[in-house]
Design a protein around this ligand. Structure first.
Ligand code: NI
Length: 389
């Protein structure tokens, strides 16, 4: 089977499908028409289809022989961004845009479904096509897992477009790829009063300022310098008027890191720093910490297998490498449960305007990457099932 040639032969269809999705983007967990379209496409290929969590779609393709089960995942949602690409197939849904390339992911996975359905008899196992809603809010993967999407699945492969890599290349690297992303709030309680008499009250704004500075010492003084972590306060609210001593302050922040052991300790560190800093100033501070997405960690063996799939398809020069990022991705929830690997599909080409970062109002892709993405999904599935069966 020549998956590269099969992908090339459906390239015009892939372009049409991607433009359809691009023109009709839908927000997280509202991907109703997108899901319907995916269902129709899969049914045309004779693939068994199940709907999950309202707008999720899972297709199952059984090969002739029994064998392992591999899942291929694409996220399908768009962003609340007003598109400024000026493309002929720009979004018709005002204020909503596929600015993170999930239109491309969905298209590539449909392409893989088409390729694999054509060689169904040669597949030594089962392929599950997971079309996941709600990635931008980091909720879709969790919901699909709760509905049993990983039951009986031996490994999962996912992919994201990458504006920093030229179209025609793919990278997949072992180990941590994206950071965990948690959210926290801090409530500071002081004592109000007149701005002219700070000694009669407890200025919560000054406490908040000290907390904000002291929090930075967790990363710089408590965590191994060879590890990575970020603690950022993105919101600080305090006070009402120029001559009123603020009685309260409120902060919101985020924590990012790769190492789960470090992540686990961060809430305790934050609590200690904020409570004791507040006590220094006769105030109190309370932390509410919410664990969000774990870090995305690529399984070593599975990643090596994926690297070989890419080289088999397009040669050594197509396989690139990419440093880890502090951004996050809810694919991490799958990777927490079963062996997983996450690749990046190069889509950059300034000649076609594909030179803006993901989430930019002018974001677009070099569509020649669609066949590469479809082939990569399909080849990985075949290679994994062949090796494990
Ligand atoms: Ni994305």
């Amino acid at each position: 089977m020549d998956i590269r040639a099969m992908a090339a032969s459906i390239q015009p269809e892939l372009v049409a499908i991607r433009r359809h999705f691009h023109q009709h983007p839908e927000l997280s967990m509202e991907e109703v028409n997108t899901a319907n379209y995916i269902v129709e496409q899969l049914q045309q290929l004779g693939i068994d289809v199940e709907r999950k969590v309202k707008t999720g779609v899972v297709g199952t393709l059984k090969g002739k022989k029994d064998g392992p089960v591999v899942a291929l995942r694409a996220d399908i949602d768009a962003l609340p961004i007003k598109e400024e690409t000026g493309l002929s197939f720009a979004s018709v849904n005002d204020g909503i845009m596929h600015a993170c390339g999930h239109d491309a992911h969905t298209t590539c996975l449909l392409g893989a479904a088409k390729i694999l359905s054509q060689i169904q008899d040669e597949i030594p196992g089962t392929v599950k096509f997971v079309f996941q809603p709600g990635e931008e809010q980091a909720i879709g993967a969790k919901l699909l897992i709760e509905e049993g999407v990983l039951e009986g699945v031996d490994a999962i492969f996912g992919m994201h477009v990458d504006w920093t890599a030229p179209a025609g290349t793919v990278s997949v690297d072992p180990g941590p790829r994206m950071a965990s992303a948690d959210m926290f709030t801090i409530h500071v309680e002081g004592k109000g009063g007149h701005g002219s008499a700070p000694h009669q009250g407890v200025d919560a704004a000054v406490v908040a300022a000290a907390i904000m500075m002291n929090l930075q010492t967790i990363v710089s003084r408590e965590i191994d310098p060879l590890e990575s972590a970020v603690i950022s306060i993105g919101k600080l609210v305090s006070g009402d008027r120029f001559n009123i001593l603020p009685a309260r302050a409120y902060m919101e922040g985020t924590c990012r890191c790769f190492n789960p052991a470090i992540r686990e300790n961060i809430p305790d560190s934050i609590s200690r720093v904020i409570e004791n800093t507040a006590a220094t100033f006769r105030a109190t501070a309370k932390l509410h910490y919410q664990f969000g997405c774990p870090s995305t960690i690529n399984d070593e063996a599975l990643t090596a297998l994926a690297q070989n799939s890419i080289k088999r398809l397009y040669g050594d020069e197509a396989l690139t490498t990419k440093p880890p990022e502090m951004g996050s991705e809810d694919f991490a929830f799958y990777a927490e449960k079963i062996p997983a690997t996450y690749a990046y599909l190069g889509i950059a080409n300034s000649a076609v305007g594909a030179c803006y970062p993901e989430h930019h109002a002018r974001y677009t892709i070099d569509e020649s990457a669609l066949q590469v993405g479809a082939a990569t999904y399909a080849q990985f599935a075949v290679d994994f099932l062949t090796e494990k069966s």
